[in-house]
Design a protein around this ligand. Structure first.
Ligand SMILES: Cc1cc2nc3c(=O)[nH]c(=O)nc-3n(C[C@H](O)[C@H](O)[C@H](O)COP(=O)(O)OP(=O)(O)OC[C@H]3O[C@@H](n4cnc5c(N)ncnc54)[C@H](O)[C@@H]3O)c2cc1C
Length: 521
């Protein structure tokens, strides 16, 4: 076998998977048909959940240094500010990163590419997957090499991170149902002044469309995204100057552009692959799902597909878990993608419908509803949890088990384990539990009960155990997160709760580990 995992595609999804496999010591290779990293910015919003993953990967500081924190959102309609959503207020209790980081996809790829090289793996550029054959115990992958010759590489598993036109998906015969949107998007990097609230995302709802400004690094530097005004939709050669009159009409007279460094238009689709797996091949990122950019979710969802699959592939390729563990990838990620597709599609249709009544609804009623709702702290918190992807859970997934009788208002199996700051030693300092948890292992966290004897749990070096001491400060923090005492949480390497309950029960844990995780003894 040439490699345990062949990763096809070195976009953000493939690079995340390669990093996660490399740091777990998996023998993997990553190829891309292009000559080098993409130059286009494309996705721009990095969500809090992605930043948490970046922190474990050791690249969050670099991302924060290169990006710009969008600390709030503003909704404008007909030249008036209708609602302000302060993201940091809504998120500062739930994540160390209570904002949306505005950092181009090209920079995200650059940072992940650098980290990958530090981990000893490099992308094989100019190398294209042209076909594959699935065998019982491996895949034969046909690769066109930089010198245009073709060779066959044998891999135990293939990860299709090869974007919307995925060759892996095609070779597996997996359908990609969905449709294109009729609207054409535009994107522009500008230097502009106007009513936009600095450092925040500004959304302008029109009677027949919308545009939004993302703050970028640099004085008055904004990324502008929107849909082309109706009258320009048939024009193949539309340029930025043609869009400006509509922008100033909708955003108010104060809007002025000093420079436009980049302008492009593109069409988008909403589609989801019928399956995310066919025997030894997986689909991740845009190869598996594409949707409207509303909510800046696309790139982030691909990164989390990779984070979900990586630890499972690592355990299976290292012979520590049975291949059945890999079934949970599709079971967990398909519902996430379908939900996302549904919400972004509904949100998108609401803000782009050409129907005049919809236009009035958007600018008069929707803007007011949002203004009203967003003044409520609890609504702000729900909005933040949704957009930041912190609220994504796998409660109905095959790896999630909350033991009978466990309090239903507590964090449950399948949830992302909450961010907590706790004393982990009776007289120690308060520590960030996220920073402490090792995401290449399982972490068992116990509250209101002692740790079981070493070795009693049978997970060996795959497990770290933390028994959180009784302490006034700790108790306040646990009440805030609604974590009961006694309780225990077995947290998976990707930060989601696998098993939880009140008192640790070694038999239930052993059953969970062998029956659900399929770990081998
Ligand atoms: C203009 C534009 C704006 C966008 N804005 C946003 C946004 O604001 N927010 C957001 O979240 N998302 C946005 N998106 C979507 C976002 O860019 C994608 O979700 C993201 O790129 C998906 O990453 P990926 O790694 O899955 O796929 P890709 O980035 O498409 O990477 C796939 C890689 O696979 C390689 N490849 C393909 N076929 C083969 C083959 N046969 N052999 C070898 N290599 C192959 C390609 O060369 C490419 O490098 C935008 C997209 C576009 C086009």
């Amino acid at each position: 076998m040439d490699t345990d995992v062949l990763i096809v595609g070195a976009g953000p999804t493939g690079l995340m998977l390669a990093n996660q496999l490399a740091r777990r010591g998996v023998n993997a290779q990553i190829i891309d048909r292009h000559a080098g990293p993409a130059r286009e910015t494309r996705a721009l919003g990095v969500q809090a959940r992605t930043l948490e993953i970046y922190a474990h990967l050791g690249i969050v500081d670099r991302a924060l240094e290169m990006g710009k924190q969008g600390t709030g959102g503003n909704i404008w309609a007909q030249g008036r500010l209708m609602a302000n959503v302060p993201l940091n207020d809504a998120g500062d209790a739930v994540t160390p990163y209570p904002y949306i980081l505005v950092l181009g996809q090209d920079d995200n790829e650059l940072i992940m590419g650098e980290r990958l090289r530090e981990l000893g793996m490099s992308v094989q550029w100019n190398t294209e997957l042209t076909g594959l054959e699935q065998r019982l115990d491996h895949v034969d992958a046909a690769l066109r090499q930089p010198d245009s010759t073709t060779r066959t590489l044998t891999a135990a598993w293939v990860a299709g991170c090869d974007g919307a036109r995925s060759a892996v998906r095609e070779a597996c015969g997996i359908t990609f149902p969905g449709a294109p949107y009729e609207h054409v998007f535009f994107v522009a990097d500008t230097v502009a002044t106007g009513s936009m609230v600095p450092d925040e995302v500004n959304v302008y709802l029109w009677r027949d469309g919308f545009h939004l400004f993302f703050p970028l690094r640099g004085q008055d530097h904004w990324r502008l995204v929107g849909i082309l005004p109706k009258e320009l939709r048939g024009d193949q050669h539309v340029d930025f100057d043609a869009v400006i009159p509509s922008l100033t009409r909708e955003a108010g007279e104060g809007l002025s552009f000093k420079e436009c460094m980049w302008f492009s238009t593109y069409r988008i689709h909403h589609r989801s692959a019928e399956h995310f797996r066919d025997r030894r091949c997986f689909l991740l990122g845009d190869a598996a799902h594409i949707h409207s950019p509303v909510g800046a979710q696309g790139m982030n969802t691909g990164l989390q597909d990779a984070y979900n699959l990586a630890w499972k592939l690592a355990l299976v390729t290292q012979g520590r878990a049975g291949a059945a563990l890999l079934d949970s990838y599709e079971a967990e990620r398909v519902p996430v993608a379908r939900r996302l597709l549904d919400t972004t599609d509904r949100g998108f249709r609401l803000i782009v419908s050409d129907n005049p009544l919809a236009g009035i609804f958007r600018t008069e009623i929707l803007a007011r509803i949002m203004a009203f709702a967003m003044r409520r702290k609890w609504m702000q918190r729900i909005a933040f949890r949704t957009i930041s992807q912190i609220g994504i859970h796998y409660r109905s997934g095959p790896l999630s088990q909350s033991l009978d009788g466990f309090r239903s208002d507590a964090p449950q199996a399948g949830d992302r384990f909450p961010w907590l700051k706790l004393k982990l030693e009776p007289n120690g300092a308060v520590e960030d539990l996220f920073a402490k948890l090792d995401d290449t292992r399982f972490n068992l966290i116990l509250f209101g009960q002692p740790a079981p004897k070493e070795g009693a749990l049978g997970l060996g070096d795959l497990l770290r155990v933390y028994a959180v001491p009784d302490d006034r400060g700790n108790n306040v923090e646990l009440s805030r997160a609604q974590i009961p005492r006694p309780s225990f949480y077995l947290v998976r390497p990707d930060g989601h709760v696998g098993l939880c309950g009140a008192r640790i029960d070694a038999t239930a844990l052993a059953r969970y580990v062998f029956e659900r995780l399929r770990l081998t003894r």
